[in-house]
Design a protein around this ligand. Structure first.
Ligand code: COA
Length: 280
């Protein structure tokens, strides 16, 4: 982590960051970057065991930590998690809606429930978090950050469900920027590219697809969770005080080349799986 060498370590002292999906991966990386700059951090996910492990790592960075187990599909559970966070750490200055679910599936094989499940976790979940956090954000004149993806505006094969959900998230993000700007609340998205050592990348870009990712990324590497954490810190900081309604693309330039290389590699993998009788 380099953030604490570049920015003041008290930048977020006395501030609270509430992060869904914060038990692992990109969202835990975001939590760590805030913790390293003095924030109190609340992490929310379905799995209390993961949250406990993540909380220990965050406390090592000096943060006061609250854990709240909740499924973002359940508005009452999200409201309870936000209330617990406010009670233990004070109202949220920063909310990161990062919880997501995804899998690869060809459109003609996707069941209505498969589509609904991803839309409910990603899009409905993000609405539940934003709506539930409104009073706290209004009180703090805070910041909400959604974790989107390039597939919000660029179609990727086998990703119809997630693309629809992320496009919805980005549209909602802009609507909230429009409506909640009046309360001093800023609303932005981060669209991460492929990030190394995460469940997302291992689930969505195995084998030849990973080669296609690297080949189609001008900067020639996978991202790190700190690349995303640093972008989140910037967007939440006073350095970004006039930035709202935008998508920060943090992908090494990957989306500029389009998704054609990946799509070809995904089709090969899907065809091989169909031939061998296994599913993705
Ligand atoms: N291909 C096709 N359909 C799939 C699938 C796959 N690989 N995985 C799940 N589905 C379908 C199921 O078949 C089911 O539909 P059905 O009832 O018509 O059969 C539907 O999706 C719901 O699946 P279920 O396993 O009951 O959902 P869940 O709520 O337990 O889990 C997931 C949600 C599927 C998104 C699961 O992968 C998850 O919890 N992921 C979280 C972590 C994650 O994905 N991280 C990476 C983010 S990039």
């Amino acid at each position: 982590m380099i953030i604490d060498k570049l920015l003041p370590t008290d930048l977020f002292r006395g501030k609270t960051a509430f992060i869904t999906g914060g038990g692992s991966g990109i969202n835990l990386g975001i939590a760590k970057n805030f913790a390293a700059l003095g924030a109190n951090v609340a992490i929310c996910s379905r799995n209390q065991g993961k949250l406990d492990t993540a909380a220990a790592e965050l406390r090592k960075l000096g943060a006061k930590v609250c854990t709240a187990a909740a499924d973002v599909r359940d508005p009452a559970a999200v409201a309870a998690a936000l209330a617990k966070s406010a009670q233990e750490l004070g109202p949220a200055d920063v909310v990161v809606s990062g919880a997501a679910g995804n899998f690869l599936c060809e459109a003609e094989k996707l069941s209505p429930n498969g589509f609904k499940t991803v839309v409910e976790i990603d899009l409905m979940g993000s609405f539940n978090v934003a709506r539930g956090a409104f009073e706290q954000l209004k009180q703090t004149r805070g910041v909400i950050i959604f974790i989107s993806a390039g597939l919000s505006w660029l179609p990727y094969t086998l990703q119809l469900h997630a693309g629809a959900a992320k496009a919805g998230i980005d549209n909602m993000m802009k609507n909230l920027a429009l409506e909640w700007g009046a309360y001093g609340i800023r609303s932005n998205s981060i669209a991460p590219g492929y990030i190394g050592d995460t469940e997302g990348t291992s689930k969505l870009a195995g084998g030849p697809v990973l080669d296609a990712v690297l080949e189609s990324t001008p900067l020639g590497r996978l991202g790190t969770v700190d690349d995303i954490g640093q972008a989140a810190v910037f967007l939440a900081s006073p350095l970004a005080s006039f930035i709202t309604g935008t998508i920060a693309v943090v992908d090494g330039g990957h989306y500029l080349g389009g998704s054609a290389l990946l799509n070809a590699a995904q089709r090969q993998v899907a065809a091989a799986a169909t031939a061998s009788g296994s599913t993705s």
